[in-house]
Design a protein around this ligand. Structure first.
Ligand SMILES: [Zn+2]
Ligand SMILES: [Zn+2]
Length: 272
């Protein structure tokens, strides 16, 4: 079985993504209550006790509020960098396994994760590049105000990209938030607008990318059809599968595919 990616829900009210391999199951973030996590996992036939680890992007409650209870109740180990561990009020010795930026995390022999630092206010946030044992790669990237060259480098070569499309610039500007909050969201350490994610994807997406999921859409400052059309407009010739993850999940799963070039190399052996 190849690695499967399932968003259990994304947005400002909670985020959690399941990476499911043959041997290991890892959650990226755990931003729902224990009961919600149990319920959402049950809809895809997964028991909480099957989860090996929760790997944290950052400490904000929409990503971490269920992690400690999940770990205590069902035994999954929490992995986080030091700032995130401290921000969640966890003991770095007994309650967290601490990782550094760009330190490869290995789960079983089928899931490998690389935490890549990304700018996000008041948090030491990381995006995750993951790979399976065949070397197929994917990404889950949320909560960032801008993309770094380092991140773009890691996104190149991924066959699956889940990335936030938080707000539409016009909706944010005209919307109900106070000016200070608007400035924070739109700042370099805030969130990505549809325009920014369209630009990022236009830079890194080739035919090798088969699936893209837009995540963490603001319910007040964005709408799925606006995000989707802006991204697709920037990716004119791309013919892969684009989906939107909302707060209500899980709605779909993706299987991590090997890039076409790798498949061609492998099938080059005996040909008749
Ligand atoms: Zn955040
Ligand atoms: Zn968030």
């Amino acid at each position: 079985m190849a690695l499967e990616i399932t968003h259990l829900g994304t947005g400002s009210r909670g985020n959690a993504t399941l990476l499911s391999g043959e041997e290991s199951k890892v959650l990226i973030d755990c931003g729902f209550s224990g009961r919600q996590m149990e319920k959402r996992l049950a809809t895809i036939g997964v028991k909480p006790t099957e989860i090996d680890a929760i790997v944290m992007s950052h400490h904000h409650t929409d990503h971490g509020q269920g992690a400690a209870i999940f770990s205590k109740r069902w035994g999954a180990t929490i992995h986080a960098n030091f700032t995130t561990c401290a921000g969640m009020g966890l003991d770095p010795v007994n309650q967290c396994q601490i990782f550094d930026a760009l330190e490869r995390l290995q789960f079983g022999d089928d899931i490998s994760l690389l935490p890549v630092p990304i700018p996000h206010d008041g948090a030491e946030n990381v995006g995750f590049i993951f790979s399976d044992r065949r070397g197929a790669r994917g990404a889950v990237i949320t909560d960032l105000g801008s993309a770094t060259e380092e991140l773009l480098g890691h996104l190149r070569g991924c066959s699956h990209i889940s990335i936030e499309a938080n707000y539409d610039a016009k909706r944010l500007a005209l919307g109900p938030y106070p000016p200070s909050l608007k400035a924070r969201i739109a700042g370099r350490g805030g969130h990505l607008s549809n325009t920014q994610v369209a630009e990022i994807l236009a830079e890194v997406v080739t035919d090798e990318v088969e699936t893209i999921v837009l995540c963490h859409l603001s319910e007040k400052n964005n709408a799925p059809h606006i995000a989707e059309s802006e991204v697709l407009f920037g990716l004119e010739d791309w013919s892969g599968d684009l989906r939107i993850s909302t707060q209500i999940g899980p709605e779909f799963s993706h299987v991590l595919t090997q890039p076409a070039s790798a498949r061609i190399i492998q099938s080059k052996s005996p040909q008749r």
